[in-house]
Design a protein around this ligand. Structure first.
Ligand code: PMP
Length: 330
């Protein structure tokens, strides 16, 4: 008999798939293996960190029975925390960035969680106004306010060591075991940097020759003065060329060897292609990871090598965006 008694027992151990048809279509002479994080119970890599942050907080008393879990999130972490909170009997409140797709708000609510649009929270709105729209300052103000609230555990994925640690304890070992150590390059997106830092650290400790490549959005995929609302890669942020105090504490800059900049349209193209060639439906950052893996696979020095790309979530979470909108040409 094999019966799980909580969704917490369904997190991790996601499969590794070789994109055999995609490799053929591109004439690649390196292997691209993708780690399908949409196999987690709530369809994203964030189930891992949600469970780790909650269970670590339970262990050391930061989260007590009847408590409320709070997080600022682009969505996946909110969905994961909402589900874990439901299964474990906690309340959950998510502060969600305004531009995040509608599906995500609905899913958090379906799990009984509460959602607040960041700009509509009075503390955040005041801090945003006073700081000329500085998101970073606004989150700090929110954190200070929450610190005085009884029974609140602020998960803070970008500063919580449970985040990179769980990737070091699970994602890294899973890749190492599934490839039997035959991996040359790891490709990971960087939002909080948890995936890259934890997985990369584990793999480099196993074999120092493994290269770790981080994905950063191309400048044209980031809001700027000329283009305030570009097509963005949800959940992915720059980690080079920004002030040091803006880099999440969960991002270990000593782990990566190279960064590849990805334009959102190239991420869309790769995700659309992989859906048609190999039958996987993945999100925008996953498309970015497949695109970056393709760039690496085409380099002559990588002939015969094995590239593992972590694909963070399901494409079903992006049906209201342009990812699979064929009228949006890429
Ligand atoms: N892709 C998506 C869709 C995400 O939600 C995130 C997390 N913000 C990432 C990639 C980046 O993962 P990490 O936070 O581990 O760097």
């Amino acid at each position: 008999m094999s019966i799980r008694r909580s969704i917490t027992e369904l997190v991790g151990n996601t499969p590794l798939l070789e994109l055999t048809n995609y490799e053929k279509a591109h004439g690649l002479e390196a292997k691209i293996l993708v780690k399908l994080e949409y196999y987690n119970p709530n369809q994203s890599v964030k189930d891992r960190i949600a469970l780790a942050m909650v269970e670590d907080a339970e262990k050391d008393g930061r989260l007590k029975p009847g408590g409320t879990i709070v997080e600022v999130t682009s969505g996946n972490t909110g969905i994961a925390l909402a589900a874990i909170a439901a299964a474990k009997g906690y309340r959950f409140k998510a502060y969600v960035q305004d531009q995040v797709s509608e599906e995500r708000f609905k899913v958090i609510k379906a799990f009984g969680g509460e959602t607040v649009k960041l700009s509509s929270d009075p503390i955040v709105a005041k801090a945003l106004k006073e700081s000329d729209g500085d998101f970073f300052v606004a989150i700090r103000a929110l954190k200070d306010a929450l610190a005085n609230e009884e029974g609140v555990f602020f998960a803070e994925q970008g500063a919580n060591p449970s985040n990179p640690r769980i990737h070091e304890l699970t994602t890294g070992p899973e890749i190492w075991e599934d490839t039997e150590g035959n991996i040359d390059i790891l490709v990971a997106n960087v939002g909080t940097g948890g995936t890259l830092s934890g997985t990369g650290r584990y793999l480099k400790n196993k074999d120092k020759n493994i290269r770790v490549v981080g994905i950063q959005p191309d400048e044209r995929s980031l809001p700027g003065k000329d283009n305030p609302h570009p097509e963005e890669i949800t959940g992915v942020h720059p980690f080079e060329g920004i002030p040091e105090d803006r880099i999440p504490k969960t991002m270990d800059l000593t782990v990566y060897d190279e960064k590849i900049e990805v334009l959102t349209e190239n991420a869309y193209k790769a995700a659309r292609e992989a859906a048609k060639s190999d039958g996987i439906l993945v999100g925008t950052s996953s498309g970015a990871a497949i695109y970056a893996a393709t760039v690496l696979a085409k380099r002559p020095e990588n002939k015969g090598k094995t590239i593992v790309a972590v694909l963070p979530d399901t494409g079903l979470r992006y049906l209201s965006t342009n990812l699979f909108n064929e009228e949006y040409k890429v």
